[in-house]
Design a protein around this ligand. Structure first.
Ligand SMILES: C[S@@+](CC[C@H](N)C(=O)[O-])C[C@H]1O[C@@H](n2cnc3c(N)ncnc32)[C@H](O)[C@@H]1O
Length: 282
């Protein structure tokens, strides 16, 4: 009930926001494509002063970069429990905080201490999940849908440089991720490309499809397009799904589309109805 009200309220806000700040027609808009977010992304792309601190812009943190200290600590505990990334790996990922002026916290777990953003720990935790579920040595081509500024892609390619990584998002957001990853180009050895969903041909093949808090918030016609053009051709998949189920793809739909998929709890949980769907696990 509460989720349905939140969903409706978000739609009302979206309708009230100026049309010129949207990148695609209303019926193809996701929850995060609310006008304010795309406007702030445009500013970060066109103005270096805005880019320098985009990670603390309220219109940006409404959609991403909002992991606080408590949740960050839970991510750190999860990473340490998984035990597939070293302390020095975690420290090295602090490079993700050098651009965009994120809020930095001090996180400690036992004797280990790291000063970084909560969001960097979230991306690190997702990477740790991917290492846990899949044999990433066999993964050559990754497609990520809903990349934000490209932080997950950055950490993935730092840890697994021998891949080609396709980032998929709204055109403006792809410009931001391109600008962001360019700042780190001296560290990135992977082949990186940027595409909108509308650019995919019939059933593109990949070794791993990732979409965190993004596929779940697309409107159904776009979800169907992603299923047909990207998900069906992907050998492995990892999606963090939110509770945006009104009219959208459900757990049952996902299991029908891919009977080998498994539904797992999101750890740590960031929403009562959240879950992970994965397929092609080792
Ligand atoms: C809640 S954010 C999640 C970002 C990132 N995956 C993370 O975990 O930080 C949702 C993402 O979906 C993207 N998105 C919204 N509409 C989209 C569309 N039509 N096609 C592709 N991506 C879209 C947004 O720009 C944003 O990057």
């Amino acid at each position: 009930m509460l989720e349905s009200l939140q969903y409706r309220w978000q739609r009302v806000l979206n309708l009230l926001t100026l049309k010129r700040f949207h990148s695609i027609p209303f019926d193809l808009r996701s929850d995060s494509d609310n006008g304010r977010y795309v406007a702030t992304v445009r500013r970060a792309v066109s103005k270096d002063t805005a880019f320098k601190k985009f990670k603390r812009d309220p219109a940006y943190t409404e959609i991403l970069e909002h992991v606080g200290k408590d949740l960050g600590l839970e991510y750190l505990a999860h990473i340490i429990e998984r035990d597939n990334l070293t302390c020095s790996d975690i420290q090295s990922f602090r490079v993700n905080d050098l651009i965009g002026a994120p809020f930095i916290h001090q996180f400690t777990h036992g004797a280990f201490r790291v000063d970084c953003s909560g969001t960097t720990l979230r991306y690190c935790s997702v990477l740790s999940d991917l290492l846990h579920f899949f044999d990433l040595r066999d993964v050559r081509h990754v497609i990520e849908l809903g990349v934000g500024y490209g932080g997950q892609a950055f950490l993935y390619t730092l840890h697994n440089p021998s891949v080609s990584y396709t980032l998929v998002d709204l055109p403006e957001v792809l410009e931001l991720s391109r600008k962001y990853l360019n700042c780190h180009s001296h560290l990135i050895r992977a082949k990186v490309e940027f595409k909108s969903i509308l650019e995919f041909g019939p059933e593109t093949e990949s070794d791993l499809f990732i979409s965190n808090y993004a596929f779940c918030e697309l409107p159904r016609p776009l979800q169907d397009r992603v299923i047909e053009k990207v998900m069906k051709g992907s050998k492995r998949g990892y999606l963090i799904m939110g509770g945006h189920s009104v009219g959208r793809v459900t757990k049952a739909d996902l299991l029908e589309i891919n009977p080998t998929a498994v539904i797992l709890p999101e750890v740590p949980s960031t929403g009562r109805a959240n879950y992970i769907v994965a397929w092609g696990c080792k």
